[in-house]
Design a binder for this molecule. Structure first.
Ligand SMILES: Nc1ncnc2c1ncn2[C@@H]1O[C@H](COP(=O)(O)O)[C@@H](O)[C@H]1OP(=O)(O)O
Ligand SMILES: [Mg+2]
Ligand SMILES: [Mg+2]
Ligand SMILES: [Mg+2]
Length: 332
């Protein structure tokens, strides 16, 4: 339901459906609608109070002049509920605003917290490119469950067919539970299959992922790291946590993410992707080789950046990262 919601909205997006948040990043009716739907489904299925650390909230939607966009979100949410048919309800605008905020919390090291990015990679979503819907569950500060829906990701490997599978079939759902491995299921509902990260040991044969947006990650730094490793192929630039999904099934062997100075990573941008990759045999660390700590609230305090690869390549990658950071550091 939530997957088809995103795809339908992406195809028919209006200019008025896109707003700018106080941090200047875009937010659309799809971001709000997806959060309302996920939150509504959690409420219906869990039958209990839950804690949700999520990217969006209803503050801007409750301001004067937002009535029209709230009505549009409500219509999209109700269309999606009707076409899915699992829940026989029609939500009011107030129900939708309440759903967007329900369970809202800051997370932390105690108890269970759901973590949601309702549309991850909003800029990719707006371009018609990759985006993801990312939901994870934290228990005692550790990620124990992750679901990553990538409605525009080809079913076949990006490395086999460029960005498109032979029949242009797209839509992948990745899911992982701690200790249970990672599975990928096509969006058409056919059966899920276990996936594994690339077993490549020679960095010359590895390809790497990075952000499509140069504003989200320093492309010059990743290029230097790749050069030091001896990576031969150009970077594969795609938006969102689709990078973690693609890496978990071995489309590429490395993901480099180095945000510009001052940017603080959020847990909803990495929790689902992190377990999807680690359960597929990969390793996710910061630039100092430390695992990501999801127990500190909504922010992830990482040293310099985030790097992802398989266990064999990690020591080589960490060395290349260290050397590159030293080289790039302004001399004192
Ligand atoms: N200035 C920024 N630097 C790094 N990441 C950002 C920045 N602004 C937004 N993001 C978030 O980074 C993620 C996308 O990164 P990428 O696609 O480059 O991997 C998204 O979660 C996006 O938020 P959002 O969820 O609102 O799209
Ligand atoms: Mg956003
Ligand atoms: Mg995001
Ligand atoms: Mg988002």
């Amino acid at each position: 339901m939530i997957l088809s919601f995103g795809l339908n909205v992406q195809k028919a997006l209006l200019q008025s459906d896109v707003q700018s948040k106080t941090d200047k990043t875009p937010v659309t009716v799809a971001d709000y609608g997806s959060q309302a739907l996920v939150s509504f489904v959690l409420q219906q299925e869990l039958h209990a109070e839950f804690s949700l650390v999520a990217e969006e909230d209803s503050k801007d939607l409750r301001k004067d002049g937002a009535q029209e966009i709230v009505e549009r979100i409500t219509k999209l949410v109700n269309d999606s509920l009707t076409s899915d048919g699992s829940y026989n309800v029609t939500l009011s605008t107030e129900d939708v605003l309440t759903a967007i905020d329900s369970g809202i919390s800051e997370g932390g090291c105690q108890g269970r917290h759901w973590v949601l990015d309702p549309i991850d990679g909003t800029k990719g979503f707006l371009r018609g490119d990759q985006y993801a819907i990312a939901l994870a569950l934290l228990d005692g500060g550790k990620v124990v469950l992750g679901v990553l829906a990538c409605p525009n990701l080809p079913l076949t490997s990006l490395k086999d067919a460029g960005q498109h599978s032979p029949n242009n079939e797209v839509g992948c759902l990745f899911f992982a539970e701690v200790g249970g491995g990672t599975y990928m299921q096509p969006l058409d509902g056919s059966s899920a299959a276990k996936v594994q990260v690339s077993a490549v040991e020679n960095p010359e044969e590895a390809s790497f992922f990075e952000s499509y947006e140069a504003a989200h990650s320093m492309h010059d730094l990743s290029s230097l790291i790749a050069q030091k490793l001896g990576v031969k192929t150009p970077p594969v630039r795609i938006d969102s946590q689709a990078k973690y999904g693609a890496l978990s099934r071995g489309d590429g062997a490395i993901y480099l993410r180095f945000p510009h100075k001052g940017y603080r990573e959020k847990i909803w941008d990495h929790a689902a992707g992190c377990i999807v990759v680690t359960e597929a045999g990969g390793v996710v660390t910061d630039a100092a080789g430390q695992p990501l700590d999801f127990s500190k609230g909504k922010h992830l305090d990482v040293d310099t950046g985030i790097i992802v690869t398989n266990q064999k390549l990690m020591p080589l990658l960490l060395n290349a990262v260290k050397e590159s950071l030293k080289e790039k550091a302004p001399s004192s």
